[in-house]
Design a protein around this ligand. Structure first.
Ligand code: PMV
Length: 338
């Protein structure tokens, strides 16, 4: 951190129990809780500098000038930071993902978590981790979880103790359940060839909440899923943890498919991998899948079976690359960055 410049790094996360739907669109509050694992292998590094000479924010994403939409989203987020710090200066932001760009991996979680740390650091704001998580949520719901490493739970409503106030208030933020050294389970990120996504997660969630006849059931059954996952993690029960995450994933996709219009995030390669994972299971190899709002499949397994599973999946047509990941660390400010 140097004066009005700060560099931060945050890791991507994948939800084991998914959220889908918002309770408050404006403040981006999720309708249900979620539980995720932060990934060591995938991260975003962001340097932000407040610069008096700029008349608007400037965003360089993976060494390329950002599109107007990407810039607008970042500017709206930075306005929240500027309001809080009583600043009006525009910022220069350079953000780099260490994972293949255009591979259809959601970078909004690591991206907005890194931006939260870099922007509040450069603005000289002193926020605790819960406040940072609540702020990151305004950029992207899943980013609230990427503030923390290991296994993380996001609460749609919880008491928050602000660093600069004695008053208790409620907000939606994540907390760490266990750090990254708690349990070595693996998540293999399969990069599949992708066609352009038709609905962003934000759009998809609105459509599902408005039209799916299953939306109420999704809301009603969420506390039970979260409770079961907390129990499974507490005793490091692998079978239960991964069975629950595959269940939560299929339940979320049933919700998108039962919306009007029906939203189908899967591609042919997605189904090929789903069946291959289930074939492995029928041969006694414990492998389970999870999928977010896109065609990419992530496979959960134990370290002992990782190589065997990679060998079985890498020759499936449409699988371009497999990135193995394990639980990763908290988002942090990189003190020695230039
Ligand atoms: O918060 P967003 O906009 O990144 O949406 C996340 C949606 C899912 O990845 C499908 C579920 C989740 O809990 O991460």
């Amino acid at each position: 951190m140097h004066g009005n410049e700060c560099t931060a790094r945050a890791h991507a996360n994948i939800a084991l129990i998914k959220y889908w739907g918002k309770r408050d669109q404006e403040r981006n509050i999720p309708a249900v809780g979620s539980i995720s694992m932060t990934l060591d292998a995938l991260h975003t590094t962001t340097t932000l500098r407040f610069d008096e000479s700029l008349s608007q924010d400037r965003l360089i994403l993976n060494e390329e000038e950002a599109t107007a939409n990407q810039l607008n989203r970042v500017t709206s987020f930075l306005d929240l930071v500027r309001d809080r710090a009583d600043l009006s200066i525009r910022a220069h932001i350079r953000s780099v993902n260490n994972f293949p760009t255009g591979a259809g991996l959601a970078s909004s979680a690591s991206g907005f978590a890194a931006l939260t740390l870099a922007a509040t650091g450069a603005a000289g704001l002193d926020l605790n981790r819960e406040e940072l998580s609540a702020l990151a949520r305004r950029g992207s719901g899943s980013a609230a979880r990427s503030i923390f490493g290991g296994f993380v739970e996001m609460f749609p409503e919880k008491q928050i103790a602000a660093a600069d106030s004695k008053e208790e208030q409620t907000d939606a933020f994540a907390v760490q359940l266990y750090d990254e050294s708690y349990w070595d389970i693996r998540l293999l990120v399969l990069i599949l060839s992708e066609e352009e996504k038709t609905y962003s997660s934000r759009e998809g969630m609105t459509i599902s909440a408005d039209t799916s006849p299953y939306y109420n059931a999704w809301m009603e059954t969420s506390p039970q899923d979260l409770a079961e996952m907390r129990d499974a993690l507490q005793i490091r029960n692998f079978e239960k943890t991964v069975e629950l995450s595959e269940y939560s994933c299929l339940k979320m996709h049933a919700l998108t498919m039962s919306s009007r219009p029906g939203i189908l995030y899967w591609q042919p390669g997605t189904l090929s991998v789903i069946h291959a994972v289930r074939d492995l299971r029928s041969q006694g190899i414990p492998a389970y899948f999870t999928i977010d709002a896109g065609p990419q499949v992530k496979v959960l397994c134990l370290p002992e079976q990782q190589e065997q599973i990679i060998t079985a999946l890498r020759d499936i047509p449409d699988v371009l690359e497999i990135i193995p990941a394990q639980p990763g660390p908290d988002a942090k400010i990189l003190e020695d960055a230039p």
